[in-house]
Design a protein around this ligand. Structure first.
Ligand code: ZN
Length: 192
């Protein structure tokens, strides 16, 4: 199984990091070893002094597909979950400056905590899902899927041109504004 992730998918977040608003999805991969399930503790890595949280909605792929057209993309996921894409922002800045791939800063062990999944049918409209992140009981991020630059269906169509999607694959769909640092002992709570 593989994990795909979309960068800069909310205009307000692209702007807060001074990144250009993309004209097609920014895609990167994370290995299975980056997953953290069942509320396991995240250990602060020794190669960073500036780890940031990014709350994201996560799609779970439920059928095999390649070159999926946008029109049929909705058939390829039945459940939506929520997770965090931890990012070693200092290391990422260094890698970006050198024009190098940023996996080491985003795909390290434990970098992608993931909660339980909710059936898609629980939502009236997947283009209007509210989600948020609290840090130590204080809300730090709030998003709605209507503000995505690329919708779930556009993302599935785009990534499947390059990567065959398989049952159980996950897609992290990008974070809204409000990303920020964590320190040891912080408690994070993500909600859909
Ligand atoms: Zn992210």
């Amino acid at each position: 199984m593989k994990i795909l992730a979309i960068g800069r998918n909310y205009i307000d977040h692209a702007k807060e990091l001074n990144n250009p608003v993309p004209t097609e999805p920014v895609v990167f991969l994370m290995p299975e070893t980056s997953l953290l399930r069942k509320n396991q503790a995240f250990f602060y890595p020794d190669f960073s002094k500036d780890v940031h949280y990014e709350v994201e909605l996560v799609l779970k792929i439920n059928r095999l597909g390649k070159n999926i057209s946008e029109r049929f993309a909705h058939r390829y996921y039945e459940e939506i979950g929520i997770g965090i894409d931890f990012t070693a922002r200092d290391l990422q800045a260094e890698l970006k400056k050198k024009g190098l791939p940023w996996e080491k800063s985003k795909s390290f062990d434990g970098a992608t905590p993931l909660g339980d999944f909710v059936p898609k049918t629980a939502f009236q409209d997947v283009k209007n899902i509210n989600f948020s992140l609290d840090k130590n009981q204080e809300q730090v991020q709030v998003g709605n899927t209507k503000d995505m630059i690329f919708s779930f269906d556009t993302i599935i169509a785009h990534v499947s041109r390059y990567f065959t999607l398989k049952i159980g694959d996950l897609i992290y769909t990008g974070t809204p504004a409000g990303v920020g640092p964590v320190k040891i002992g912080d408690e994070l709570c993500a909600r859909i």
